[in-house]
Design a protein around this ligand. Structure first.
Ligand SMILES: O=C(O)CCC(=O)C(=O)O
Ligand SMILES: [Fe+2]
Length: 593
C-alpha cells in the first residue's frame, strides 16, 4: 500500500507510443508481470502517418501491445521524463522498440550539434533531424527538445575545495531521518595532477561507446580543476564528461572520457605512471564499489568499532585506495572518514552488519508447514527475539523450490526494475532491484501458490495473528547486487501500540539467493541479526511496537547477490476489503515518505 500510494500521488512519467500498425492496437499495463494485465488504452490504425498515444505512467511499469492476435514483448519504462515506444507489424508478433529517455537525451545532443550553427531554419533542422533519424513527429520532437535541451541539462559545479584543506567539506552530511547519513547525488572529480585539468561536458557523446573516445561530437567547458584540488558536480544520469589535462592539450582522442551513472560517483585524475605526456590515469568508483572497499579497510579496525574516535583513527591509517595512494595523506584521510559515514549510514550500522555475530536463538518452537505434496511437516524455528517477535526458520523452502519460483515468475535479473521514488529517482534508502508478484493470478498447484500458503501458515503459527491470503498486498521480490542494501526502515506501524485494523502487523522474508558476504537482515534498535542461508525464512511482528524495535535493514551485499521475497501481513483484510481499501499512509514512519 505504502509504495503504491506513494507512487500514485507523485508526478508521473510519460510513455509515448508511435504505431505503424494498420490496425487498432490495444495497450495493456502489466502490474504483475505478464500474468495480469489491465487495458490502458487503444491506438488508432496507422494511416500514411504513424498514429500516436501518450500514457502517464511510472518508472518500472511494464506494457504489452496487441493488434488482433499479434502481441508484442513487454516494454518497461526506464524512469526518465519520456520514453518512446515504436510499434511495427511483424509476421508473428508486433515489434515494440523502446527508445529510452537516456537515448532520446543523447539524440537531442546530436541534433543540437548538427543544427546549432544555422542562422535560420534551426527548428526545421531539428524536426527534420529527429524525424529522419528515429521517425519522431514534430509534436513529440518539441517535447524532447524542451526537456533535453543542452541548456537545461548543463551540469553545475556544486562546490570545490583543495587537498591542503583536509577539513573542507566535500559533501554535506544529509540526515536520512534516522540519524544516519545519505550519500549525495554528486560526482566528485579529484585532480591529483601537478597541473590543472579542464572538465568538459561531452553532451553529444554516445554513452554506449565511451571506450573509443571517438564518439565525442561536441563539448562545453564546465570548469577548470586546479592541481591538487577537487570539484563537486551535479549532473544528470547518463551524461558524459571529458577531462583535458591542460599542459599538453592532447587531442580529444587522448583524454579521459567517462560517464556519470547518477548518485555518488568519484573520479580521480592522476599523472600516468608511463610519463608526463601520456594520457592521464583515471580511477573511477561508483558508490557500491566505494562502500565495499571501505568495508574492507574497516574490517582491520573492527575490534575498535565500539568507540568512534579510535575506530576512525584506525580507518584513516589503514585505508589505501590502490591508484590513489599518491593522494596527499591528509585528503585521503578526510575522504575515507567522510565516505565511510555517507555510505555506511553510521559506524554503528557497519559494526552491526559486518562485525557483530548473528543472534543466537533464545529458544525453539515447532511449526506445522505444508510440505508441498499434501502433507504437513514439523519444522523447528528459532526465536531470535521475544518482543516484538522475530523468528527464523532454516530450510523453509528447498533450493529447487526457490529455483522454480525464479524461473516461473521470470525473476532473472534483467526483468527487474530499480526501486524508484518520486519522479523516477532511485530511492536512496532502498537500493535494490524489485518487482511485485501477484499470487492471486496463480494456478493452485504452482510453486508460488504453494509457497504463498506456507508463508501464511508460518506467519499464523509463529504470531498467533489472524492472517490469511485474501486481500493482502502482493509479494515484493527484491534483488541485491554487490553494494546494494535496504537502509533502516519500518515496514508498517513502527511506534504504534497497537496499529489499527487493516494496517501491516508483520513481515516475512524468504531468501532465495544469499550473498557470499554481507546481506544480513538486522534490527537496528538492538543487536538482533540474521544471516540467511538459501531457502531460509525470517518472520517478524510489530502489531505492538511503541519503541520502534521492529526497525530493520538489509545490510549491504559485499560479495555475490541476494534475492528475497517479502510478504507484508495485514490483519482484517479480506477479498471484499483488500489492502488497497486501507488508508494507512499516515501510519508509517518510513524514510521513503
Ligand atoms: O532483504 C532484506 O533483508 C530486508 C527487506 C525488507 O526490509 C523489506 O522488504 O521490507
Ligand atoms: Fe522491510
Amino acid at each position: 500500500m505504502l509504495r503504491f500510494v506513494l507512487l500514485a500521488v507523485c508526478a508521473a512519467q510519460e510513455l509515448h507510443i508511435l504505431s505503424k500498425v494498420p490496425e487498432t492496437v490495444q495497450v495493456h499495463w502489466l502490474p504483475g508481470g505478464d500474468a495480469k494485465s489491465h487495458p490502458s488504452g487503444e491506438l488508432e490504425p496507422a494511416g500514411e502517418e504513424a498514429s500516436s498515444f501518450i500514457i502517464n505512467t511510472y518508472a518500472g511499469h511494464s506494457f504489452r501491445f496487441q493488434a488482433g492476435t499479434l502481441s508484442s514483448k513487454p516494454v518497461t519504462h526506464s524512469g526518465g521524463a519520456y520514453d518512446l515506444v515504436k510499434l511495427s507489424p511483424g509476421a508473428a508478433a508486433l515489434t515494440a522498440e523502446l527508445v529510452t529517455a537516456d537515448q532520446l537525451h543523447s539524440l537531442v545532443g546530436e541534433m543540437y550539434s548538427h543544427c546549432r550553427e544555422r542562422d535560420s531554419g534551426y527548428i526545421k533542422c531539428c524536426h527534420d533531424f529527429l524525424n529522419k533519424s528515429r521517425g519522431i513527429p514534430p509534436f513529440f520532437a518539441d517535447k524532447y527538445m524542451n526537456a533535453f535541451s543542452p541548456h537545461r541539462l548543463m551540469p553545475r559545479v556544486a562546490g570545490r575545495g583543495d587537498f591542503k584543506d583536509s577539513k573542507s567539506h566535500i559533501h554535506n552530511l544529509d540526515d536520512d531521518g534516522y540519524g544516519g547519513s545519505l550519500p549525495p547525488d554528486e560526482m566528485v572529480v579529484l585532480n591529483n595532477m601537478p597541473i590543472p585539468v579542464e572538465l568538459h561536458w561531452a553532451y553529444a557523446a554516445d554513452a554506449s561507446d565511451l571506450a573509443s573516445d571517438t564518439a565525442v561530437h561536441d563539448t562545453t567547458l564546465i570548469t577548470d580543476v586546479g592541481s591538487k584540488s577537487f570539484v563537486r558536480i551535479t549532473g544528470h544520469p547518463g551524461q558524459s564528461f571529458l577531462a583535458v589535462a591542460q599542459h599538453t592539450r592532447q587531442p580529444v582522442s587522448k583524454t579521459a572520457l567517462f560517464r556519470y551513472p547518477s548518485e555518488l560517483f568519484v573520479v580521480m585524475i592522476s599523472e600516468s605512471s608511463s610519463g608526463k605526456d601520456a594520457k592521464p590515469d583515471v580511477a573511477i568508483w561508483d558508490q557500491d564499489e566505494l562502500k565495499i572497499i571501505l568495508s574492507e579497510f574497516a574490517k582491520k579496525c573492527g575490534d575498535r568499532s565500539h568507540e568512534e574516535q579510535s575506530f576512525m583513527e584506525c580507518l584513516k591509517q589503514t585505508s589505501s585506495f590502490p591508484p590513489a595512494t599518491r593522494l596527499p595523506y591528509k585528503i585521503l584521510q578526510a575522504l575515507t572518514a567522510l565516505w565511510f559515514q555517507l555510505l555506511w549510514t553510521s559506524l554503528q550500522h557497519w559494526r552491526h552488519c559486518v562485525y557483530l555475530p548473528d543472534t543466537a536463538p533464545l529458544r525453539h518452537i515447532t511449526l506445522e508447514l505444508h510440505d508441498g505434496s499434501g502433507r504437513n511437516r514439523s519444522v523447528k524455528a528459532q526465536v531470535l527475539r521475544e518482543k516484538p517477535f522475530v523468528v527464523g526458520i532454516a530450510g523453509f523452502a528447498t533450493a529447487e523450490e526457490c529455483k522454480e519460483l525464479i524461473t516461473s515468475q521470470e525473476l532473472e535479473t534483467e526483468d527487474l526494475a530499480m526501486a524508484f521514488i518520486t519522479g523516477g529517482a532511485h530511492s536512496k534508502s532502498r537500493r535494490t532491484l524489485t518487482r511485485n508478484l501477484y499470487p492471486t493470478h496463480e494456478a493452485p498447484g504452482s510453486i508460488f501458490a504453494k509457497l504463498y500458503t506456507r508463508f501464511f501458515q508460518a506467519a499464523r503459527g509463529a504470531s498467533g495473528y489472524d492472517l490469511w491470503p485474501e486481500g493482502q498486498e502482493p509479494v515484493n521480490w527484491l534483488h541485491y547486487k554487490p553494494g546494494y542494501e535496504y537502509r533502516p526502515h519500518c515496514d508498517g506501524g513502527c511506534g504504534y501500540d497497537p496499529v489499527t485494523l487493516g494496517a501491516r502487523v508483520a513481515s516475512s522474508l524468504l531468501y532465495c539467493n544469499v550473498a557470499e558476504q554481507g546481506g544480513s537482515t538486522i534490527f537496528t534498535k538492538d543487536t538482533t541479526k540474521f544471516t540467511p542461508a538459501k531457502g531460509d525464512f525470517l518472520f517478524f511482528a510489530y502489531k505492538h511496537d511503541p519503541d520502534f524495535m521492529s526497525m530493520h535493514a538489509a545490510c549491504p551485499v559485499l560479495k555475490g547477490v541476494k534475492s528475497t521475497a517479502t510478504q507484508w501481513y495485514r490483519e482484517g483484510v479480506s477479498a471484499d476489503y483488500t489492502w488497497e481499501h486501507v488508508q494507512d499512509l499516515g501510519q508509517s514512519h518510513s524514510p521513503e515518505l
